[in-house]
Design a protein around this ligand. Sequence first.
Ligand code: SAM
Ligand code: SF4
Ligand code: SF4
Length: 341
Amino acid sequence: MHPDYDDAPLLDRLGRPVRDLRISVTDRCNFRCRYCMPREVFGPDFVFLPRDQVLTFEEITRLARIFRDLGARKIRLTGGEPTLRAELPKLVAMLKEIDGLELTLTTNGTLLAHLAERLAAAGLDRVTVSLDSLDDAVFREMNDMDFPVALVLEGIDAAARAGLGPVKVNAVVRRGVNDHTVYDLARRFRGSGHVLRFIEFMDVGTTNGWRLDEVVPTSELARRIHEAFPLEPLEPHYTGEVAQRYRYADGAGEIGFITSVTQPFCAMCTRARLSADGHLYTCLFATQGTDLRGVLRSGASDGELRTSIAAAWRAREDRYSEIRSEGTASLRRIEMSYIGG
Ligand code: SAM
Ligand code: SF4
Ligand code: SF4
């Protein structure tokens, strides 16, 4: 066991505690990123979760408190697009009542210009904004909603002004799609106080047409960025940090790379995921979850809920990215927009 995990009240079969809880607050989105919710699948006929199947704020808050008791230290609100959930700042305020949790949000940034101040006032600590390219044509095509870059940049600025920084900016890189635009992203966010992180294109779900040859390995990408803007490696902030961190040698701040495909980090993975309809998933690539909503709505006590969550976590032995192979490629995995990225 890692020494950092000595105090954890709950460990899985591989000795990993539950430290991070990612809560998907909706399975809906105003983008149709081709690597996540391709419109051929998530078109007008797609049936999203009906409202009564989605966890209420009270249910989410109750579960979050139990996760905190079991060792969680950080909550990330995600989706789908979490800012589409009505009254999101109210949920943030309710979660803020729970001591000992850092509260973060991952968003496509489209509604941040309107929401950042309210989210910050409600107690949100930080945001991560996804932005795959600064090239407007490339970005419009990637989000497949013809949504312009400028409005996302406004959202990032609004978040920083509201005190939700340093903003992390996540860019998924696909070879032949946006990898020629990575320098502009690096240039734009160097010295801005925001931290750009490149993410390897992952085979989440089964609908995004993932191909290994579209993954730009971090080793290659970091070398390319280093040639343009020299980099020096940084130590991880904490055990289990997923990004490989570098600083610009000229002092223009930090940049990260998330190596989910080429250098998996399952051994340190402390993340639990709660889907919008209250299923607990112990891996991004899970094929099934534990129905906590059913337990909640059967009138269970906190003790009973705690027992269900602890049982699922204790049984956890996921390490999908370490064993990714032909054999796992055909499994029916859960879609990212449902499980929460
Ligand atoms: N809608 C919000 C957003 O885009 O930030 C939150 C949910 S989204 C599923 C969370 C993150 O997952 C985003 O940064 C997105 O780029 C990333 N993502 C989605 N599909 C991915 C894939 N196939 N490979 C790598 N990252 C992916
Ligand atoms: Fe929506 Fe985020 Fe998925 Fe893009 S990555 S389709 S913004 S949920
Ligand atoms: Fe964690 Fe599963 Fe990703 Fe491995 S594959 S890092 S266990 S979510």
